[in-house]
Design a protein around this ligand. Structure first.
Ligand SMILES: C[S@@+](CC[C@H](N)C(=O)[O-])C[C@H]1O[C@@H](n2cnc3c(N)ncnc32)[C@H](O)[C@@H]1O
Length: 204
């Protein structure tokens, strides 16, 4: 007899965190318009990681409609700040409206443009960076993440099961600046539901 609960994936669908009408509406919109948001499990995971690490300054790459940003912003202390980078002017406009509705607009700054260019021009130190742009940009973004993240800071990368993330996966696994793991996970309502997540701490 197996020691495991049968049909684990359906079983864990019973543990999707509850969320309010705004987040549910953003999920419906994302499904309708094929906006690849992280969904409620990774959203809550981001909240937990940001909260548990006490992150005060967070950088997000890939705002989309602001769904993951709402989870991250809600984990901030009152003095904290989220900077979120987004290529699409339409998405940036929608995200700003959603941050207002979520009551976090004062703590969130959405910057429009190509994330790699925006990062190259940035200074400052972040406690946590969340990487969720086009996967081919993950590896080129890594030196910027290292420069902008404090030693001891946390880098979270979504969708590392995508072929485009392969170079990033190999680099973060081998570079001495990082201690990293890759988790292959079942993530209900994530796009896609079976995917990899990478967690890394900058160690030098
Ligand atoms: C996967 S979605 C982000 C989803 C969002 N993090 C969430 O879960 O709610 C990726 C977003 O990043 C933007 N994007 C893709 N490549 C980018 C780049 N190189 N620089 C800036 N934004 C980019 C896309 O326009 C899209 O809105």
């Amino acid at each position: 007899m197996s020691l495991m609960i049968p049909d684990l994936e359906n079983y864990f669908r019973g543990f999707i965190p509850r969320r309010e009408a705004l987040l549910l509406a953003l999920e419906e919109e994302a499904a309708r318009e094929s906006i690849p948001i992280v969904g409620p499990v990774v959203g809550e995971f981001l909240y937990l990681l940001a909260r548990a690490t006490g992150a005060k300054n967070i950088l997000e790459l890939g705002t989309a409609s602001g769904y993951s940003g709402i989870y991250l912003a809600r984990a901030l202390p009152p003095v904290g700040k989220l900077v979120s980078l987004e290529l699409s002017a339409d998405m940036a406009r929608r995200a700003r409206a959603n941050f207002l509705k979520a009551g976090v607009a004062e703590q969130v700054e959405v910057r429009e443009g190509q994330a790699l260019e925006l990062m190259a021009a940035m200074t400052g130190t972040f406690d946590l960076i969340f990487l969720d742009i086009d996967k081919e940009s993950y590896a080129p973004a890594l030196p910027h993440c290292r420069r902008l993240l404090r030693v001891g800071g946390l880098l979270i990368a979504d969708n590392v099961g995508f072929a485009g993330a392969d170079a990033f996966n190999r680099e973060i696994f081998t570079q001495p600046s990082w201690r990293a793991i890759h988790l292959l996970a079942f993530l209900p309502q994530h796009s896609p539901e079976r995917d990899g997540l990478s967690l890394a701490v900058r160690v030098e």
